[in-house]
Each structure stands twice: as structure tokens, then as C-alpha cells.
Design a protein around this ligand. Structure first.
Ligand code: SF4
Length: 462
């Protein structure tokens, strides 16, 4: 990609770069060019006037050039604090994949694999009914099948469905992330994989685990849940949207039709989290206030460029309005919030729109900023050449994930909270995967405090 850059730098700056050094410099050139839409020559001129390279020799000359590039690559952080260069992730520049599988807004599986134990389940019948022409293959165990059939990153979004018998792990506490405050959430595992294609989706890091895995034995969840429920002293919040979108395929899986009537009379808050407007089944079920249907929200332009195949912002808000009118509780997640030059304007508009469509109070609003494992940055570059999200001011955080630095996250959350509170003083707001320092913006600094305030406020709101 940058053929000739090494030669150019050699001749202009009289410097011999080794393989690792050229990798760092190429990455910095590449990201500055993407961020600022400038040419290589503009950056070379910048180095000439800003690095003082001529005063250094050997390795020091390389560091003088690299440091000048870092300051230009991270201008906000440079203005706010001393940049810790160990927290910068400079990976090799990747070109886009030319054979990446691109999905369709109308979900249409290519092939369906069914574990023998569940071949007569309602879920297999539903898939046959919706997709009569799609071949169905029986397998003993889907993970045996995956072991023998290697998938590549380009296959990640191939619409292959595995209908399985879930044997363990239907229900578990949300692991949150190291060094951060947990909000006491429980995850109901309703499968793995998603027909949508968000450029920041962490599921892409499981490249050996493609397709969509759906459990056919929901009745076993009820058994597991009963055992937990007997031991519970206080209500808990449970949700299904961790490894999938809770409603994207609900017209086929009909999970909502089984889960909502069962959980409606339990002392829990049960959340179905989505980026879809697939609410047909919900409208046929008796609603209950402890059932919370929630939507992830982002500005329309980010939905269009980063949340491919999902419902538009307007469609999500309209669906929320209908669902609230029907008598369910609703909630919203601004997660991931993506920083850009005009982020305040973009998110401010979403907040204004939200309060035009839906009535307060909501069960909760969560805020989370872009964060990811480092491997996702390369996958994003392979699969989403149009995406710029990893060229924001991201550094390694305490949990080793790429995140915005704390001063910037603080600015983001403070603005969002202030803007939300203009309309709404009642809905509880919480931060997703954030540290103690940032939780203090909301006046909370321990997991228990967070969880009980959320439950207390949410239960009172319903
Ligand atoms: S909706 Fe959620 S699970 Fe689906 S692709 Fe987007 S981030 Fe991933």
C-alpha cells in the first residue's frame, strides 16, 4: 500500500528504517491521511517543519519523526494530557478483503444445520416453513462440525444457521470487563451470531465461530431459571442481547412468545435488546411492565455507515413508540457512542428525537463509548473499508481494550447526561463497562450501589 514510502523517507530524512519502524510509520501516515483526507506529501512537509529530525541521529531520528506523527494523529489527547506511547496500537495496515460475504436486509439462510437431538423441534419446523427451499443437513454436534470445517473472516456473515440443543450456560452473570464496575446484569444465552453486520461488533473476533447458532430447547432454560429463582432474595435484571440481537429473527424463532408469558409474573426485569423493528410477535402477546424492550441508538449517519442491515434510527424509534403504547416498558442504549468532530450535534439530535417520540420515564438508559479488543481493528479494516471508527483517539485502557481516554469519555458522558436530563429527570442512567472514576459523574462508585439504584428506580418506574 505504501510502496515507496520507505524509500522516500530514506532519501528525504536520511534515515534507514527497519521492518517494525516502517510498520509504525506507515500506520501513522495511513491513519492521518484517513482522518484528515490529506496526501502523503502534506505529512512529509509537516514532519520537516515539526519533528526537529535534523537535530537527531540514528534511532533518535526515527523517534523524532514518530513522535511528531503521534502528536498529529492524536491532537485532542495531545492538548489534554501527556500521551503514553505504550498505549497506542499501531498494527500493520490491511487492505480490504475482496471476497467478504455481504448480507442482505432480508434474511435468507444459505444452509441450515440441525443437531440430531432437536431435529423434530418447533424451531426446525419454523425454519422449514419460512425457508422451504433451503437445504437442511443433520449433524451430531455443531461444534464437531465447526472443527472439521474451517471458516475464514470472509465467511463471517455467510447466513448459515445451526439449530442446536443448548446443554449448559443458558443463564450467567454478565462478566462486565476487568477493573470496571458491573451493574449486576444476568445474561440469558439465546444463541450466538446475528444477521446484522455492525462494523464494531465484537462477535467478529470469534472468526472460528461463524453463522448463527440458535437453541431449540428453551424449555431447559425454564428449568435452569426455576432453580436460580428459588434462591433469589431480590429482583434481578436479565437480558438476551449479549451474543445476538434479541429480536432480529424473532418472527422465525418466536422466542419472545415463550419467554414473555413465562417471565411476566416473575419478580425480574427481563430485557429484549434490539436494533430491529421486528415487533410483530410482541404485539400479539399480553404485555407486562416487567418486560423491557430496549433499542440501541446511534445517529442516523452512524446507523447507515456502521450498523449495516439494521433498522434505521427512525424505524427503531417508531417501533419503541408502538411498543410503549401497547403497555411494555421501554429502555434505550447509547452504546457504542462514537466520537467525531460533530458528535455533540449528532447525539444531541438523537436525544431530541427520542423525547419527541417516546414518553418518559423509561426503564433505563445506558451509555457506553466505543471499546474493543485490538483484533477487531484489523477485522474492521478487512471488512469495512468505509469505516473510520478506529481512527478516532483510541488507546489501550486498563482492561487492555482500545478505548477513548478517560478525559474524553468523561466529556462524552457528561454531555450526554446533561442533554438527557433536560428532558428527563426520572429515568435511571447507567454506564456500561466503565471505571469507578467515571461512575462518580452519576454519584455512584460501587457495583452494589449501581445495581440497587437501577433496580429500585426501574422497579418503581414500572
Ligand atoms: S446488532 Fe449487535 S450482535 Fe448484531 S451485529 Fe450489531 S453489534 Fe453485533
Amino acid at each position: 500500500m505504501f510502496e515507496g514510502l520507505k524509500t522516500k523517507l530514506d532519501s528525504i530524512f536520511n534515515i534507514r528504517l527497519n521492518r517494525n519502524q516502517i510498520c509504525d510509520i506507515e500506520r501513522l501516515f495511513f491513519e492521518i491521511m484517513r482522518r484528515e483526507n490529506v496526501s502523503e506529501n502534506v505529512i512529509i512537509e509537516y514532519i520537516k517543519t515539526n519533528s526537529h529530525y535534523e537535530k537527531c541521529a540514528g534511532k533518535d531520528r526515527f523517534f523524532a519523526i514518530k513522535n511528531a506523527l503521534i502528536l498529529r494523529r492524536f491532537p485532542r489527547t495531545y492538548q489534554n494530557e501527556k500521551i503514553d506511547t505504550k498505549k497506542i496500537f499501531l498494527n500493520q495496515v490491511n487492505g480490504p478483503l475482496d471476497n467478504d460475504w455481504k448480507g442482505n436486509k432480508d434474511f435468507n439462510p444459505l444452509e441450515i444445520f440441525v443437531e440430531k437431538e432437536v431435529k423434530s423441534s418447533y424451531l426446525v419446523e419454523n425454519f422449514k416453513k419460512h425457508f422451504p427451499a433451503v437445504p437442511i443437513t443433520e449433524v451430531n454436534l455443531y461444534n464437531e462440525y465447526l472443527k472439521n470445517n474451517r471458516f475464514k473472516i470472509a465467511d463471517l456473515k455467510k447466513p448459515v444457521v445451526f439449530i442446536i440443543k443448548e446443554k449448559w450456560d443458558f443463564l450467567k452473570p454478565c462478566p462486565c470487563t476487568k477493573e470496571h464496575i458491573s451493574c449486576g446484569y444476568w445474561i440469558l444465552n439465546l444463541g450466538f451470531g446475528c444477521p446484522f453486520d455492525c462494523s464494531y461488533c465484537f462477535l467478529q473476533c470469534y472468526a472460528n465461530f461463524p453463522g448463527i447458532v440458535l437453541p431449540a430447547n428453551i424449555e431447559d432454560f425454564f428449568i435452569e431459571f426455576e432453580a436460580l429463582y428459588k434462591k433469589l432474595k431480590n429482583p434481578i435484571r436479565i437480558g438476551t442481547g449479549e451474543f445476538c440481537d434479541s429480536l432480529a429473527l424473532d418472527n422465525i424463532t418466536e422466542y419472545s412468545k415463550q419467554l414473555i408469558p413465562y417471565l411476566s409474573n416473575k419478580n425480574v426485569l427481563f430485557e429484549l435488546k434490539t436494533k430491529s423493528n421486528n415487533i410483530g410477535n410482541l404485539l400479539k402477546i399480553n404485555p407486562s411492565k416487567n418486560i423491557v424492550i430496549s433499542w440501541s441508538l446511534n445517529p442516523a449517519s452512524i446507523v447507515e455507515s456502521e450498523e449495516l442491515l439494521t433498522a434505521t434510527l427512525q424505524e427503531r424509534l417508531e417501533a419503541a413508540k408502538i411498543i410503549q403504547g401497547k403497555g411494555y416498558s421501554i429502555a434505550f442504549h447509547f452504546d457504542p457512542i462514537i466520537h467525531s468532530d460533530n458528535w455533540k450535534h449528532l447525539y444531541g439530535e438523537v436525544i431530541d428525537k427520542l423525547y419527541q417520540e417516546a414518553k418518559i420515564p423509561f426503564s433505563w438508559i445506558s451509555l457506553g463509548s466505543l471499546r474493543s479488543h485490538r483484533s477487531l481493528k484489523a477485522i474492521n479494516e478487512f471488512r469495512f473499508p468505509q469505516s473510520n471508527i478506529f481512527y478516532g483517539e483510541l488507546f489501550f485502557g486498563e482492561d487492555k481494550k482500545l478505548r477513548y481516554p478517560e478525559y474524553l469519555r468523561k466529556e462524552i458522558y457528561s454531555y450526554m447526561i446533561k442533554r438527557l436530563r433536560r428532558y428527563d429527570s426520572k429515568t435511571p442512567i447507567y454506564l456500561c463497562m466503565e471505571n469507578k472514576n467515571l461512575w462518580t459523574i452519576l454519584g455512584k462508585d460501587s457495583g452494589k450501589e449501581v445495581e440497587s439504584s437501577l433496580l429500585e428506580r426501574s422497579v418503581n418506574n414500572v
